[in-house]
Design a protein around this ligand. Structure first.
Ligand SMILES: Cc1cc2nc3c(=O)[nH]c(=O)nc-3n(C[C@H](O)[C@H](O)[C@H](O)COP(=O)(O)OP(=O)(O)OC[C@H]3O[C@@H](n4cnc5c(N)ncnc54)[C@H](O)[C@@H]3O)c2cc1C
Length: 427
C-alpha cells in the first residue's frame, strides 16, 4: 500500500493550507466570538475549487479523488472545523449523494451550480424526535398529483439557513419505519419552506446550523432522489462519505492542537527551562503525535477504499470514531500545555476543543460507531450492495479548472458519466 500523497494531493494541500493560514485563521477567533457564519470564507472556498473537487468535470467539478477531499478538509479544519464543515455537508453529504443516486437530469441540473459554490446545499436528516433513531422520522411526504406534499421539522441542519438546495428525508408511511423513507431535493423558494438559525452553540460558530420548517411544501416528483422507500439507503450511503469527511476534519483539529502545543512548549519557560523539556509535558505531546498519526492513517485508508469505488462503511466509521476521540483529547491536552493561556480565546485551543466535541455527536454519535464496529467484528453486520454504488473518482492524477493550482501538464482527467449503474438492485 502506497501511503505517499501524489503531486496533485500535495498541490491541493498547499493551496488549502495557504487559504487556512492566510485567510481563515486570522479571522476565526473574531467570527467565533461574534457567532458569525463565515459565508465570505465559504464563498472563497468555492472560488478555490474546494466545493467541487470530487465532482466529475461534466457536472462542473474537478474530477479529483477522495484523498484530495480529505487533505483539503484537514487543512481547512486546522484553522477551524466549523468552517470545514461547509465542505463536508455541501460536498460530502449532498453533492456526492446526488452524484451517486441522482438521475442524469438531476445531476446536470443541480450539480454544476453546487460544484462552483454558486448555490449551497445541505443534508436534512435529523429531527427533534429522530436523531440516532432515523426510522422515527416524523416529516411526512404525501403523494399528490405529480408531486409530494411535505410537512415536518428538521433540526441541526448545517448550512440550512443559506442553502439553495436542501436534501430532505421524509416518510411516506411511518408504520414502515426505515423502509418508508424517501429523499427529496427541496429548493429554496418552495412555498411553505422556512429556516431558523440555531443560536447558543458550544462550538461550530463559524458554521450555519438551522432548523428547517416544511409546511405544506409541494415538491415536484422530478425532485425525488432515488426510488420511494430508498431514503434510508441513500441517507446511510451519504453518511459513509460524511464520516470520512468528519474524520479528516478531526485529524486537522488534532494537528492544529499539536502544532500550537509544540510552539508554546518551546517558548514558555518555568524554572529557567522551556516546558517542552519537562517529561510530563512531553508525554502530552507524544500522545498527540501518536493520535494524529494513527487517525490520519485510518482516514487515508478509508479514502483509499472510496477511491476503489467501495462504500467504505466500516473504514469510515472507524476513522470517524477514532479521529474525533483523538481530537477531543488533543484539544484537552493542548489547553493543559498552555496553562491558563489555553483557557482563553487568545490562543485557538479552547475553540478547537469546542469544535472537536461536535464530531463525537454528528454523522452518528460515537456510541453508534462503536455498535457498528462490534457488529462488523461479530459478523452481525455486513456491507450490502446498493442499487447505486458510489462512483469511483475519474482520476487521481488530474487537475482542475475551478481554482486548484495544478500545472497544465497534469490536466489529464478523463471525462466520465459516473453515476448510478443499472442492474445492481438487490431488492
Ligand atoms: C454541529 C452539529 C452539526 C450537525 N449537522 C447535521 C446536518 O447537517 N444534518 C443532519 O441531519 N444532522 C446534523 N446534526 C445532528 C446530528 O447528526 C445528531 O445530533 C446525531 O445524529 C445524534 O442525534 P440526537 O442529537 O438526536 O441524539 P439522540 O439520538 O437523542 O442520542 C442521545 C444520546 O443517546 C445515545 N444513544 C441513542 N441511541 C442509542 C443506542 N441505541 N445505543 C446506545 N446509545 C444510544 C447517543 O449516542 C447519545 O449519546 C448535527 C449536529 C451537530 C452537533
Amino acid at each position: 500500500m502506497n501511503l505517499e500523497l501524489g503531486l496533485v494531493h500535495r498541490q491541493v494541500r498547499e493551496t488549502a493550507r495557504r487559504f487556512a493560514q492566510n485567510e481563515a485563521a486570522p479571522v476565526a477567533r473574531q467570527y467565533d466570538e461574534e457567532g458569525r457564519f463565515a459565508g465570505d470564507l465559504v464563498g472563497r472556498m468555492g472560488e478555490l475549487g474546494f466545493l467541487g473537487g470530487p465532482i466529475p468535470r461534466p457536472y462542473g467539478g474537478a474530477g479529483l479523488d477522495y484523498l484530495v477531499l480529505v487533505v483539503t478538509l484537514e487543512e481547512v479544519a486546522r484553522a477551524d472545523a466549523g468552517l470545514a464543515s461547509a465542505i463536508t455537508v455541501h460536498v460530502g453529504l449532498n453533492s456526492l449523494t446526488l452524484l451517486q443516486w441522482g438521475t442524469e437530469e438531476q445531476k446536470r441540473r443541480f450539480l454544476p451550480p453546487q460544484a462552483t459554490g454558486e448555490k449551497l446545499a445541505c443534508f436534512g436528516l435529523t429531527e427533534p424526535n429522530a436523531g440516532t433513531d432515523v426510522a422515527a422520522t416524523e416529516t411526512i411526504a404525501v403523494r399528490e398529483g405529480n408531486g409530494y406534499r411535505l410537512n415536518g421539522t428538521k433540526t441541526w441542519i448545517t448550512l440550512a439557513g443559506v442553502a439553495e438546495h436542501l436534501l430532505i428525508f421524509a416518510t411516506l408511511d411511518r408504520g414502515q419505519r426505515h423502509r418508508g423513507l424517501c429523499a427529496f431535493i427541496v429548493e429554496r423558494g418552495c412555498a411553505g419552506l422556512s429556516t431558523e438559525v440555531i443560536r447558543g452553540k458550544m462550538g461550530f460558530r463559524l458554521a450555519n446550523e438551522a432548523t428547517v420548517y416544511l409546511e405544506d411544501c409541494v415538491v415536484p416528483a422530478e425532485n425525488r432522489l432515488g426510488e420511494e422507500g430508498e431514503g434510508f439507503a441513500i441517507a446511510m450511503s451519504a453518511l459513509d462519505v460524511g464520516r470520512l469527511c468528519s474524520a479528516a476534519m478531526a485529524v486537522g483539529t488534532a494537528q492544529a492542537c499539536l502544532d500550537a502545543s509544540i510552539a508554546y512548549a518551546r517558548q514558555r519557560e518555568t524554572f529557567g527551562r522551556p516546558i517542552g523539556r519537562r517529561q510530563l509535558v512531553q508525554q502530552m505531546i507524544a500522545n498527540m503525535v501518536v493520535g494524529v498519526e494513527a487517525a490520519r492513517l485510518l482516514t487515508y485508508k478509508a479514502a483509499a477504499a472510496r477511491n476503489r469505488g467501495e462504500p467504505a462503511t466500516r473504514e469510515a466509521s472507524l476513522a470517524k470514531w477514532f479521529a474525533s476521540d483523538v481530537a477531543v483529547q488533543a484539544a484537552l491536552d493542548a489547553i493543559q500545555v498552555h496553562g491558563a493561556q489555553g483557557y482563553a480565546s487568545a490562543f485557538p485551543v479552547e475553540r478547537h476543543l469546542r469544535n472537536a466535541k461536535a464530531a463525537q455527536i454528528y454523522e452518528g454519535t460515537n456510541q453508534v460507531q462503536q455498535i457498528m464496529q462490534a457488529e462488523f467484528a461479530l459478523g452481525y453486520r455486513g456491507v450490502q450492495p446498493l442499487r447505486c454504488m458510489p462512483p469511483a473518482p475519474e482520476s487521481v492524477a488530474g487537475g482542475s479548472e475551478v481554482g486548484f493550482d495544478v500545472p497544465s501538464g497534469d490536466r489529464s482527467v478523463r471525462p466520465s458519466s459516473a453515476g448510478c449503474p443499472r442492474g445492481l438492485n438487490m431488492g
